[in-house]
Design a protein around this ligand. Sequence first.
Ligand SMILES: *[C@@H]1O[C@H](CO)[C@@H](O)[C@H](O)[C@H]1NC(C)=O
Ligand SMILES: *[C@@H]1O[C@H](CO)[C@@H](O)[C@H](O)[C@H]1NC(C)=O
Ligand SMILES: *[C@@H]1O[C@H](CO)[C@@H](O)[C@H](O)[C@H]1NC(C)=O
Length: 407
Amino acid sequence: MIARLLTVSAALCWPGACSGDLNVAYQWDRLDLALRDDGPAAYVPENNVAHRLRVWDGALYVAVPRFRRGVPATLCRSDGDRLHAFPSAGLQTPGNCVALQNVKDIEIDHLGQLWVLDTGVVYELDAAAAANRTCDPKLVVLNATTGAIVRSAVMPPAVYAGRAVLSGLSVDLTTLTAVVADIGPDDPGFIVYNLAVGVYRKFRYSKLHTAAGYDEALLTVSPVDRMVYFTTVRSDRMYAVPVSVFAAPLVNDVGRHVNDQGRKTDAASTAMAMDTTGRLYVAYARKVVAWNTLGAAAFDAAELFVQEVRLEWVSSMAFDARGYLWMITSPFAQFLAGGPGPRRPGVKLFKRYCGTTSFALQAAAAGRANGTATAGTRNAAAIAGPSVSAMVALAAASLAVWSRDTA
Ligand SMILES: *[C@@H]1O[C@H](CO)[C@@H](O)[C@H](O)[C@H]1NC(C)=O
Ligand SMILES: *[C@@H]1O[C@H](CO)[C@@H](O)[C@H](O)[C@H]1NC(C)=O
Ligand SMILES: *[C@@H]1O[C@H](CO)[C@@H](O)[C@H](O)[C@H]1NC(C)=O
């Protein structure tokens, strides 16, 4: 009977629930906002392209990479419809390696910690300036509410080679382990960092090496089947690798553990997100598709938004705790093509009701209801254990039922 109910609710929730209107929540002609007031560095409005997005507790967190000069703050938080340097303007100074140099990706965990991938290298797309590699890459973990630095972990040279191209960031909530990709030519693979142990490890995967030119990794850890789903913007295939290989003692090359999930339907996929039912949302130019990772083995995705001209380049998708899927779009192809950068209305933020959320936000809500979520971060892993695994077990059970009945 319970199984029946779960089946019915899963059937009702999909795909009907994700069919609200696609609304513009914010539109920024130039990401000028409050940055002008608090940035110490020179400011070139058209070089400030909001690139990654997360939502926590009613606030938006936005990564603004320093692809070119004139980006005063590379990590921002919303305050109404303005963005402020987060956690502070002082922590954004280029050339001061303690500060944030170039934030390429961000992730939020269920404890309210914002994980930040700072690649260190700045201005790699600036025609007028050479890329500057003064600072090493690092992962920074912040208290998303207060901005307090929980951890700032500089990567040792052993895990990133000279021409490393770091991008993509996802956090395994059960173990509080970050997974980052290096798609550079010298030592492509995954860089993994466990918050409790505090040590980096590198796992080689030669197929992550991408051709010259702009590319970025997209990756997502699924707590349901404990797989890391990954691809790059320009790759034509979707892959998955079990999270468990990153905890295995003697593994250095994960090549033989990687599953090829099949061909992506469009050439360039620009963003990825996973909801609590194990559905992987993938953004292409003008459309978003969703793939049930627990259903068909091959990447076989249903289309959510098709021929949506407003979705020109979706650089990030994020859920909020109220069931909305947020998408940040920008004229990024035009930005990449060089020239003066996007002068027409630039960054738009869309949202649509989908009736689902991310694992992190669902676990946070469950923990809050149970009065356990807000304990300090020192024994975060211990707190993470019970609530995340209970929630995942529930999600997995309902999905198992769902896929059996629809097979
Ligand atoms: C790189 O940045 C550092 C710190 O801002 C600066 O001292 C150095 O001159 C820069 N290097 C190049 C080649 O511009
Ligand atoms: C609430 O927390 C307790 C321990 O702190 C745990 O045993 C229980 O399973 C939790 N309940 C839920 C619904 O997560
Ligand atoms: C963030 O800081 C607040 C205030 O000190 C604290 O209550 C909360 O537990 C902290 N959260 C995390 C994830 O450290």
